[in-house]
Structure formats: C-alpha cells, structure tokens
Design a protein around this ligand. Structure first.
Ligand SMILES: NC(=O)c1ccc[n+]([C@@H]2O[C@H](COP(=O)([O-])OP(=O)(O)OC[C@H]3O[C@@H](n4cnc5c(N)ncnc54)[C@H](O)[C@@H]3O)[C@@H](O)[C@H]2O)c1
Length: 353
C-alpha cells in the first residue's frame, strides 16, 4: 500500500488528464469525482480508473473536450446526447438539468446516452439531495461491458446495472443508497484481483458456471452473479428493469445490440419533495424515523446500525484531510499513464508506507 494526500492526488490526475487532451474545467471535475470516491472508500471508482479513461481517449471512444447537449426537451423531461464526453461531466450536466426542471415542474425525468463511464452514481444522487431534491438514477452499460449472469443462467447477459436513490436529510449527509444490481460492482472484483484477495462467496461464477472466489475468473469468461445470493432473482429482476429504464428509455444500447462502446446510458428521475409537504417537516420525520430504526439490540455492539449514506458521509468528513491509502497496483497504473504522456513522476507518488 502507499498513501497520498487528496489534494496532491487531485493535482496528479488533473495534470494527466490535461496532457491527454481534456479542457481544464473537465479535468478538475473528473479529478474531484475520482478522488472523492477514494476519500469515501469506494476505491473501485476512484483514481484507479485513470488508466482506463486515458486508454479510452487513445481508442477514440472517449472524446475529452466533447460537451453533452440536450436534443429534445419539455418542461419536465429532457433527452441528452452525451457526445462521448467524460461520463462524470455528462452526468453532472444531466443532474443539473433534472434538478432545474424538477424545481419548475415538481418532477422531472432526464435521459442520457452515448456517455462514457459515469463512475459512482451516488455522487449524482447526493448532488440532487444537496439541492433539496429526491432522486432515482438507473444506469446500464449500453449493451457492452456485459458481465452479469441472469438468475438461473450461466452466461453474461447484463451489465452490473447500478441504481442510486437519494432523499434530503437534516443529518450529516443525505439518505443515499447506491449499488450495483450484481452482488458487487465489477470494479470491486478488480480491486480484489489487484490485492491478490479472494472475493466473497456468491459474487462470481467461472466460465464453466461453477461458483468461484478467484477474482481472475471474471476476466477469463466468468460472470458476476445477481445481488441476493440464493435470492438472486431480486438482483436479476432489478438489473433487467435497469436495462429498460436506463437503456430502452434513453434510446441507448441494451444487451443483444451490436455495441461498439461501453455507454453508461441512464435516466435521472428527480422530484421536489417540497411539493408534497414543507421540507423541514419531511426531513424532521425522516430523522425521527432514523432514530427509531437505529434504536435496536445489536448483533455486534461494535457495529451500530447506520442509515443508508451514513458511511460515505462520515468517511468524507473524517478523511477529508487524511492521506488516502491505495494499493500499489493503483500507483503503478497512474505511473504508467504519466510515462505514456511523457510527464515526470511527481514526488507525491514516491511515498510508500
Ligand atoms: N458506472 C457504472 O457502470 C457502475 C456499475 C456498477 C456499480 N457502480 C458503482 O459501484 C459502487 C459500488 O457498488 P456496490 O454495489 O459494490 O456497493 P456497496 O455494496 O459497497 O454499497 C451498496 C450500498 O449499501 C450502503 N451500505 C453499505 N453498508 C451499509 C450499512 N451497514 N448500512 C446501511 N447502508 C449500507 C452503501 O452506502 C451503498 O449505498 C456504487 O457507487 C455504484 O454506483 C458503477
């Protein structure tokens, strides 16, 4: 493992993305997303993605200076063409449009297609909640990046198809659930592989359909299993619905389509809770409900019950000024990008543990 301060890490990512051809505003936005994901402990969607994004630019499947644009809209809806811009930039654009429209109309639905990897969905749901809105986001893989088997099947047929929901709160952070509909995000399997760790039971099958805990099997023809283990029908059914909401509704790609590129085709549904009751009344009731739920006997006294989103909110506060610990493989990935872009190795990347 090695460690680095978030500010130093952000500067390294900004420099690399600038050298790869991204405009300054975009580099700052993408770097902020990646480092924030590492700060809150979601390393699967942190700076380890730099190598993949720079490779996508090289292949021409990510256009670093592209801008998403609205192709069709009404008071409460919009369709956005992501233009193969950075997914983080396109998703921020979509959530801004959705929040603006929900403020006007009470509720909005905004789709986006032709969009590169948007990373951690929870951040966009949090942004809506920070603006006083409730939000639901469905995101698929655009017919490529297929890595999840349907419940009862042994072949890859779906993407890991995440869902995020957020609701404003008066607590440290908004209520947020943000999860793959597969047992875990693919990036988490990649993190296990990078650290030479086995994956938990119920995450994976190998190419022959046998259960496995070897993360390498996923990259050798295996598949992610749907969330829920023996009750995987629930994860699968959700993953299926994500293809409808994220892929079919957006006009993006779905499994079975000939898809040249991975695309995080999505729908952002945003709702103004203030149209239903005064916001203080809603968040006050939610806080009292949270207290009630947390007031329980515990299986393990060292592990209190949390509200959804609490772990990330607390980690963001606690870790903001702390060094971030990352696996060596992540540093190697960043260094390889810097070398390819003929950039010097910054001193901040030399510090080990
Ligand atoms: N862009 C993409 O294509 C894509 C695809 C798949 C997943 N992802 C992202 O991967 C990330 C990880 O997904 P995952 O399914 O592995 O998530 P996870 O299993 O780490 O967490 C799922 C959710 O459970 C909540 N949670 C965890 N422990 C909790 C507890 N004790 N009490 C209450 N809530 C708790 C978390 O806050 C989170 O919202 C997500 O951010 C997701 O958006 C992205």
């Amino acid at each position: 493992m090695w460690e680095i301060l978030g500010g130093d890490l952000e500067r390294v990512i900004i420099t690399a993305l600038e050298a790869a051809g991204a405009p300054e505003k975009t580099t700052r936005l993408v770097a902020r997303h990646l480092v924030d994901n590492d700060v809150i402990g979601h390393h699967s969607h942190g700076v380890m993605r730099l190598r993949e994004y720079v490779d996508a630019i090289d292949r021409g499947s990510l256009i670093p200076d592209a801008r998403p644009r609205i192709t069709d809209e009404s008071t409460s809806t919009a369709r956005i063409d992501g233009g193969w811009a950075f997914g983080q930039a396109a998703a921020e654009f979509a959530v801004d449009v959705a929040v603006r429209k929900a403020r006007e109309a009470g509720v909005s639905a905004v789709t986006i297609r032709r969009v590169c990897h948007i990373g951690r969905l929870g951040r966009y749901a949090e942004m809506a909640a920070e603006a006083g809105m409730a939000a639901v986001i469905f995101t698929c893989g655009g017919g490529r990046g297929i890595n999840q088997a349907p419940f009862g099947g042994l072949d890859r047929k779906l993407s890991s198809n995440p869902i995020a929901l957020a609701f404003p709160s008066e607590l440290e952070g908004p209520y947020v659930v943000d999860m793959a509909t597969s047992a875990a995000a693919e990036g988490k399997v990649r993190m296990h592989r990078a650290q030479g760790r086995e994956t938990p039971d119920g995450w994976l099958i190998d190419r022959n359909g046998n259960p496995t805990t070897d993360p390498r099997d996923l990259y050798d023809g295996g598949a992610l299993l749907p969330m829920g283990h023996t009750e995987g029908h629930k994860g699968y059914a959700l993953a299926f619905m994500v293809e409808l909401f994220g892929g079919i509704l957006s006009g993006g790609g779905v499994p079975g389509d000939p898809a040249d590129s991975f695309s995080n085709d999505s729908v952002f549904i945003v709702l103004d809770p203030g149209r239903f009751a005064p916001i203080d009344e809603l968040t006050g009731r939610a806080a009292r409900m949270t207290d009630h739920i947390k007031d329980t006997r515990l299986r393990d006294p060292a592990r209190p019950v949390k509200y959804p989103g609490e772990i990330e909110a607390a980690a963001r506060t606690a870790n903001r000024n702390e060094p971030i610990r990352l696996p060596e493989a992540t540093r190697d990935g960043i260094l390889s990008v810097l070398r390819d872009l003929s950039l010097p190795e910054p001193a901040a990347l030399r510090r080990g543990l």
